[in-house]
Design a protein around this ligand. Structure first.
Ligand code: PMP
Length: 405
């Protein structure tokens, strides 16, 4: 297979639009990516042809919809190379997947038990653990980040110990673009008997992830960054890990038997999918994964790195620029500040040129603090971006800068 960004672009109707009289240059992909026609069509087709609730009916539409929903689960299992589809729990996104583990696994934790996080975590992988600190006296330990944006692995090893109950770390940072050494992290955690949750919300979009090769215990991601719809994501959990977890939410579908006096619970994954799930969205996510299976993802990753490199080279020598995150081998995310300008102003001016970037804390306040800034702007690339768009961004940023020079 080869990779041609122009033919990929053709499949994303929104990329044809104009913003402020200019062609849209969409560089806010780490927040959410655009959707290919195949995803929209799959969702529409389901609603037009065989929509019903899942798992409850005996009629034809219920069976067809259940099959489509479970096929989507199989697609997620393939994406992650999970050993079994029953290791895949549908959630409403990465945030809910992490909350599920923190709430369910965390129930048995006691004061003084430790969770190891890092300074580069998204709030989605901090706040659910803070609940355990507030409510149960669990201690949170944060792996420091080096000046170039890597995890300090020596400090990480030193933080692990007999009280470590869980390590929860991002596979790829949504600000720095750093790809963390997952195998090393997992091996070290397992050596002290601690399971590992990887926040894969960014990594799943850009890397081939193999949960069995990683030997990871939990893996969380969202559909909407992976060219799928909002409202759907997944939690992978090793079979024995999921089997040991108590339910997260209660309701229909997650039970075995309910009487007035007692309940029994369904086996995973249904134990963790209380109520009617996001059926149409799950099918949309399945379609996104099938669509990606038709793409040479390694070639796409090379293309994304070339986009990032083009920006770095285009801005080379710009002494007014303060990039954040320069880890070797990092992904295609460019976070920066412009001297003398607020990141929000930069983003607004770029928008006038049709260039969409994010500005703010990126839900990573501890990381902002680590780098001594209150916010940053961020351009993040997807496989449908082009070298011309990278140039358009560099050009617009140069113009934006003149407002503050
Ligand atoms: N973790 C990381 C690394 C992210 O980038 C994001 C989304 N910005 C999340 C977690 C949360 O994802 P969601 O809002 O889709 O649940």
């Amino acid at each position: 297979m080869s990779f041609d960004p122009e033919s990929v672009r053709e499949q994303f109707p929104i990329l044809k639009r104009q913003v402020n009289g200019r062609p849209l240059v969409y560089l806010d992909n780490a927040a959410s990516s655009q959707k290919p026609r195949a995803v929209m069509d799959a969702m529409t087709r389901l609603m037009e042809t065989s929509y019903s609730n899942v798992h409850r009916g005996l009629h034809t539409l219920a069976n067809e919809t259940t099959e489509a929903y479970e096929r989507a689960r199989a697609s997620v299992a393939r994406l992650l190379n999970a050993a079994s589809t029953s290791e895949i729990v549908f959630t409403k996104g990465g945030t809910e997947a992490i909350n599920l583990v923190a709430a369910s696994f965390g129930r048995s934790l006691v004061a003084g038990d430790e969770i190891v996080l890092s300074q580069m975590e998204h709030h989605a992988n901090i706040v659910p653990w803070h609940f355990l600190r507030e409510r149960q006296g669990v201690v949170l330990r944060f792996v420091p980040v080096t000046d170039d944006g890597r995890l300090d692995m020596d400090a990480y090893r030193a933080l692990l110990g007999p009280r470590t109950r869980m390590v929860a770390i991002s596979h790829m940072s949504n600000v720095l673009g750093t790809i963390n050494p997952a195998r090393e992290i997992i091996e070290a955690a397992h050596a002290v008997g601690a399971p590992v949750l990887l926040d894969g919300c960014q990594a799943i979009v850009h890397l081939n992830v193999d949960v069995q090769a990683l030997d990871v215990d939990f893996y969380a991601f969202s559909g909407h960054k992976l060219y799928g719809p909002t409202g759907i994501g997944a939690l992978y959990g090793k079979a024995e890990r999921l089997a040991a977890l108590p339910p997260y939410q209660g309701g229909g579908e997650m039970i075995g038997v309910v009487t007035q006096d007692e309940i029994t619970y369904a086996d995973p994954p249904h134990r963790f999918e209380a109520g009617t799930p996001a059926i149409v969205e799950a099918v949309g996510l399945g379609a996104a994964i099938e669509w990606l299976e038709g793409i040479d993802r390694e070639a796409a990753a090379v293309h994304e790195r070339a986009l990032y490199q083009r920006v770095v080279e285009g801005l080379n020598g710009a002494n007014w620029l303060r990039p954040i995150g320069q880890a070797p081998g990092k992904g295609a995310i460019f976070a920066f500040n412009v001297e003398g300008a607020h990141a929000h102003d930069i983003a607004q001016i770029l928008d006038r040129y049709g260039v969409a970037v994010r500005a703010g804390t990126h839900c990573a306040e501890p990381l902002m603090r680590r780098f001594g800034v209150t916010s940053s702007a961020r351009a993040s690339f997807a496989l449908y971006n082009t070298l011309d768009e990278a140039d358009a961004f560099v050009d617009a940023l140069g113009r934006a800068r003149t407002f503050f020079a």
